[in-house]
Design a protein around this ligand. Structure first.
Ligand code: NAD
Length: 262
């Protein structure tokens, strides 16, 4: 086991399952002290408990990333459990399949509240803490290939993921002088509960005929020949939290097996 991240205090939001859980496990394996933050408190505690059973430092926190007081509580809990905050992965997100002309104002606000506003609030509160500590830090946001291309019928989701790229670039410009690196990861098609929601949406909207059809169609042309597993994202997550990426900021790295080539 490498200990590249020994002693680093790292929050991962949306870490109770899927990509966030895989990232948290990967970071933990490199010695980091984890705060497993999720709206699903019970599932978050299960992940934290399993990390502790393996001898790692981990604490679970219930958070709704779209609510500032809740996010402040999460930052406070991480600092009180691990003494400081070195990095935060703003990974929590939601998706919805809806044809362009059917997106309601309510749909827009629900998706943007979690994926856009939620990332902004978590960045602001974490960066305030890092500036107060005075020794920099790392902010890593989860965007998507949908933050690089607009996908129909995921227009509002795509807009929220473009917003994450914009927040990443703007904060990188603002806080480089404070030694804070801000980058994003853009996954492709990852086999998680989220894709089950997206896939069911395709069926419910009459856009596909059977379960898994949308997942298979989106995955068909991936250059590396298969859709992503959550574990495919842990390498780049560890890199962006580690000193190896100290001279990198403002970037949104596509990790999609070869779907969007820019
Ligand atoms: N699965 C994919 O193909 C894919 C592709 C690109 C980007 N992403 C992004 O990766 C991230 C993780 O996605 P996933 O596939 O692991 O999804 P997932 O649905 O499996 O997990 C998301 C987690 O976020 C939590 N969450 C949801 N709303 C929250 C809130 N308001 N506050 C705190 N926690 C909340 C959920 O409880 C869940 O544990 C998301 O930002 C998603 O948009 C996913």
């Amino acid at each position: 086991m490498s200990n590249e991240l020994d002693g680093r205090s790292i929050i991962v939001t949306g870490a109770a399952r899927g990509i966030g859980e895989a990232m948290a496990r990967g970071l933990s394996a490199q010695g980091a002290s984890l705060t497993i933050a999720d709206i699903d408190a019970h599932a978050a505690e299960k992940v934290a408990a399993s990390l502790r059973e393996g001898g790692a430092q981990a604490t679970a926190v219930a958070v709704d990333v779209s609510r500032r007081e809740s996010v402040r509580g999460m930052i406070g809990a991480a600092v009180s459990a691990h003494g400081k905050l070195d990095a935060i992965f703003n990974n929590a997100g939601i998706a919805q399949t809806r044809p362009f002309l059917s997106i309601t104002d309510e749909d827009w606000h629900r998706v943007m509240d979690v994926n856009g506003l939620g990332v902004l609030i978590c960045m602001q509160e974490a960066i305030r803490q890092m500036i107060a500590q005075g020794h920099g830090g790392k902010v890593i946001n989860t965007s998507s290939i949908a933050g690089k291309q607009g996908y129909e019928p995921l227009a509002h989701y795509s807009a929220s993921k473009f917003a994450v790229v914009a927040l990443t670039q703007a904060a990188a410009r603002a806080f480089g002088k404070d030694g804070i690196n801000v980058n994003a990861i853009c996954p492709g098609v990852v086999a998680t509960e989220m894709w089950k929601v997206i896939d069911k949406g395709f069926v419910d909207e009459g856009l596909t005929e059977r379960d898994n059809q949308a997942f298979e169609t989106f995955s068909a042309d991936i250059l590396l020949g298969r859709p992503s597993k959550s574990d495919d994202l842990t390498g780049v997550a560890c890199f962006l939290a580690s000193p190896a990426s100290d001279y990198m900021t403002g970037q949104s790295l596509i990790v999609d097996g070869g779907m969007v080539l820019v």
